[in-house]
Design a protein around this ligand. Structure first.
Ligand SMILES: O=C(O)CCC(=O)C(=O)O
Ligand SMILES: [Fe+2]
Length: 253
C-alpha cells in the first residue's frame, strides 16, 4: 500500500484528493527524499497540497491581520517582489505541516550536523526546538508567503535568523506554472571547493521542495567529508503571478 501510493506520487498522478496532509506527508518516499538531499541538497515532495488548498492559501496574501511584517524585496536588495511573515498562530494547515514535517527532517539534520562536525542535535519534536529558539530570543515566526509579478525575482540567499538554525527548510509552490505564471524557477546553487553549480528544481502546483538552509555534507574525491554551502532563489518571472509559502523551522530574533 505504501509502495503503490508512493509510486503514484512519483509518476505524478494526483492521488491526493481528500487525503489529509499528515497522510500525504507519511506517503512520501522519505528514503528517496534523504538520498536526494544528500546528493543534491534538495528534494521534491510531489502533490503535498491540492489545487484548492493552494488557492485558499494564496487568497490569504492580502489579509494583513494574519502577518507580522511585509517586506518589499527591492528596498533591501533582496530582489523584486514582496513577502509577508505570518504572525502566530499560523494558519492551521501551515502549522500542521510545520509540525508534521519537522520530525521527518530532524534525523537527517542530526546526521548532517554530525558529519559536518557541528555540535548541535535537534530534539524529535518541534515544540522542544522552538523553545530552544525562544529562550535564545528567537521568538518571531519565520513562515512566510511570497508574491511575485512579472519581472520579479528572488536573489540567491540563505534564511538565517539567529544562532539557532535548523538546517533544512521547505517551500511550497501555490501557483500553477505555465498557467498562472511563466519563468520563476526555483534555483539552488552549491559552492564547493571543487566547483560551483546551479540546479533548477522543477515544481508543479502543490509540490514542495525540501532544501538545505546553509551547508550540507558531501563526499569528496578521496572519500572524505566535504562541506558545501548552498543558496536558493527564484529566476525572473516572465509573465503572470507566482505565490509560494516558505516553512522555516527556526524562529527569528
Ligand atoms: O519563492 C520561492 O520559491 C522561494 C521562497 C524562499 O526564498 C523561501 O521559501 O525561503
Ligand atoms: Fe528563502
Amino acid at each position: 500500500m505504501h509502495t503503490s501510493s508512493t509510486s503514484h506520487l512519483r509518476q505524478g498522478t494526483r492521488v491526493r484528493a481528500g487525503t489529509p496532509t499528515d497522510q500525504l506527508v507519511a506517503m512520501q518516499d522519505w528514503g528517496d527524499v534523504e538520498q536526494s538531499l544528500d546528493s543534491n541538497g534538495s528534494a521534491v515532495l510531489p502533490g503535498l497540497l491540492s489545487a484548492t488548498q493552494c488557492a485558499q492559501l494564496a487568497a490569504l496574501y492580502p489579509c494583513d491581520e494574519i502577518y507580522r511584517a511585509r517586506i518589499v524585496m527591492a528596498r533591501h536588495g533582496f530582489g523584486r517582489g514582496e513577502y509577508k511573515y505570518f504572525a502566530y498562530p499560523l494558519p492551521p494547515l501551515l502549522d500542521e505541516l510545520r509540525y508534521t514535517l519537522y520530525p521527518r527532517l530532524a534525523p537527517i539534520a542530526n546526521r548532517w550536523n554530525r558529519q559536518l562536525g557541528i555540535d548541535v542535535q535537534y530534539p524529535d519534536d518541534l515544540d522542544a526546538f522552538l523553545s530552544r529558539c525562544h529562550q535564545a530570543g528567537q521568538t518571531r515566526p519565520t513562515p512566510l508567503m511570497l508574491e511575485y509579478g512579472e519581472g520579479d525575482y528572488n536573489c540567491l540567499h540563505q534564511d538565517l535568523y539567529g544562532d539557532h538554525v535548523f538546517p533544512l527548510q521547505v517551500a511550497i509552490l501555490l501557483s500553477e506554472p505555465d498557467k498562472d505564471f511563466s519563468g520563476g524557477e526555483f534555483v539552488m546553487t552549491e559552492h564547493a571547493s571543487a566547483g560551483q553549480r546551479a540546479d533548477v528544481v522543477s515544481l508543479r502546483q502543490g509540490d514542495a521542495v525540501v532544501f538545505t538552509v546553509n551547508q550540507r555534507p558531501t563526499t569528496g574525491k578521496r572519500g572524505g567529508m566535504r562541506k558545501v554551502a548552498m543558496r536558493h532563489g527564484v529566476s525572473r518571472i516572465r509573465s503572470g503571478h507566482r505565490h509560494t509559502v516558505g516553512l522555516i523551522f527556526h524562529d527569528s530574533r
